[in-house]
Structure formats: C-alpha cells, structure tokens
Design a protein around this ligand. Sequence first.
Ligand code: ATP
Ligand code: MG
Length: 389
Amino acid sequence: MENLYLISFGEIALKGENRPYFERILIQRIKQALLPYDDSVQLEKTHGRIYCYTKASREQVLNTLKNVFGIVYISPAKSCENDLEQIKNTALEIMRNQNYKGKTFKVETRRPNKGFPFKSPEVSRQVGAHILRNLEGLKVDVHNPEIQLDVEIRERSFVYCEKVPGPGGLPVGCNGKAMLLLSGGIDSPVAGYMLMKRGIELEAIYFHSFPFTSDRAKDKVIELCRVLAKYSGKVRLHVVNFTEALKEMRKQTPEEFLTITMRRMMMRIAQKTAASVGAKALITGESLGQVASQTLEAIVATNEVATIPIFRPLIGFDKIEIMELAKKIGTYDISIRPYADCCTVFVPRHPKTRPNLSGVHDAESLLDVDKLTEMSLKDIEIIDVKPQV
Ligand code: ATP
Ligand code: MG
C-alpha cells in the first residue's frame, strides 16, 4: 500500500521567479533520495507543497528526507473522499496512531473546495467530537494544543497531525557547483556540508602524497565523501597525486615557507580542476587563527593565487562548535581516525605564521610553479562516491 507525505518547503517558496526551478530540483532530490527504497515514487507539486506517494516505509521516508535540503516539514498524511463520515474516520485513525493519552488537541480545517457542503468550523467540530467519543484521555484546547490535527478539503480530503522537521536550506544543485578542498580532518567536511545546505552541489579535491601519507588517509577521505553524499546523492572526488610536487617544494623552498607554498599550490590546482568541471568557487575548512596556516596574513597569501571566490564558512567558528557540527552531520568519527594528511606530515618546525607577500613571492620564485601545477593536474584519479544505503 502507498503512504502519503505532505512536504513543505518554506524558504524556496520565497524565491519569486526562481520558484519553479527550485521546486523542480527539490523534486529530483526527493526522488533520488528515495530511489533505494522505491523506484516509482509519485511526486506531485500542488498547493505550495509536494505530495509524495510512496511504498517506502515511514522510517525509510523520514530517515531519508531529513537529509534533503529545502524541506522544512514532512507530514505523514492520509487522504480520503470528500465525505464527512470518511473524514471523521480517517482523522480517528490518525489520532489513534499518536501517543495521545493525557494530551490536548484541536482540529483545524481548511476548505479551499467550496463545493463541500459543510463549513470549516462545522467540520472541525464534528471531527473533534468523533475523536473524543472514540478515544479516551484526550482534551480539547483550541489555543495551545499539544496535537493539532489538520483537515484540508480540496479535490480530495487530506488529514495529518505530525510535522516532522526537515533540514531547511535550499535543494542541492540550485545554486550551482563548487569545489571543496577536502582533507581528512574535522573542518573541511563541515564546510562542505554548510554550502550544500545553501544549495551548492559539491565536487571534492584531495591532495594525496603517498607514501608520505598512507592509502588509509585516502580511504578516510572517500568515507567522508560517502557521508557528504548522503545529503546530495553523490560526490565526485578528485584525488591529486601530490607527491612529486611536494618533493620538489620540499627541496627548493625555505622550510618556514613550505606550508604556505604548499597551500598556494593546492589552490592553483584546485582552481584549475574546478574550472574543468564548471565549479565556480572553492570551499575550505579554514577558521581564523585556528592554526599557523590560518592567520589573516596566511589567508591573504593563500588567497592571492585564487581568481574565483573561496568560501570559508567556518571562518568565525570555534573548534568546539565545528566539532559539534561534525558530530551532528556524521563525519566526526571518520575525521578523528589517526591517518595524517600531507599538511601534518610536512609541518615545518618554525613555520612563518605571518608570512609577508614579498617573502612568499621570493620563496616561490625558486619553483617552476606552472610545471608543478601541470604535472599534478595530469595525475588525478576521479572517484564517484555514492551514499551508503
Ligand atoms: P581540516 O580539519 O579540514 O583538515 P585543518 O584544521 O587541518 O583543516 P589546514 O591543514 O590548515 O587546517 O587546512 C585548511 C584547509 O585546507 C582544510 O580545511 C582543507 O579545506 C584544505 N586542505 C588541507 N589539506 C588538504 C588536503 N590534503 N587535500 C585537500 N584539501 C586540504
Ligand atoms: Mg587537516
């Protein structure tokens, strides 16, 4: 049997002309998210909501849709013919499945279909009385009820009383694509999540330096993509073999400038990769002052090589706040696995925490930047990561 869910999508309703576009993307995302459980989900956009008919179980639907950005509420609902007796019984059935004992409730009716012979207050009264007659331990409270039962009389009648919160935000893809610099750490996956929530489709790039960093570190990044893909359906990961470039940098660069030089090189490569896939911005997990490479001067120096925007959604967050978010989105446990990335392997003993640009330029002049960039761009493995079902 098919179950019905009414899906509300607050914010995107506000977006004027873009609205049909947002709605179309949201519908695609819902369909894609439910695909593992039901390949023939019916989604109908009507009355400012999406009506979802599916044979997936309630648990599958709620667990899946809580990760689909753009959704504000999900209401498990039932529908019936426009017949007062049927409406009463449908409402009773819904209430019976609630944890209603000792609670207060009210019935709220809307009747856009004026062909229905009873007015809204009359319907509410009759439905409420029917429920009170049949269920014990319920009281009416029209001002501040613990349970509100909604009845909507349209071409059919719809009854529901739950509003399960969705994640909000905007549907992934409606704001274009960006490239996330994804290390195995705690911060960058959270940064990616935050921009997905604003409708950005992610591709990820990881700089791998085997054998300085083990393949376990790469596996960890793939696992992180798998978690992020839960929110978007898929994440394409570009694994750059950074070893040769890194060796060259280590050989030629004064040690205190190695970190910043390495980061500038990452930006150049990420930016070129972004351009090749139509990603219009970069995303990093930087947070101001968190480590030596994230002082304002260091960020200025890294930023200098970029010609597209770099989004740093965590810039004003404390580590503790970032960790909490990482736990919430499910990346924390993977991020704390102990396999180091190249930034940690090659931390100089005395890094320049406040590098001035001319110093950085001098250090970099010893390198053939274009050659190192091209070399790294030629050695990229692409992995399409899907969510775990
Ligand atoms: P994270 O927790 O995300 O690893 P971090 O606190 O270790 O961040 P840095 O090492 O300074 O900070 O890195 C800052 C940002 O640079 C990271 O958030 C990430 O976006 C990017 N980055 C660092 N190392 C890599 C890498 N090996 N591959 C891809 N991106 C990286
Ligand atoms: Mg890191």
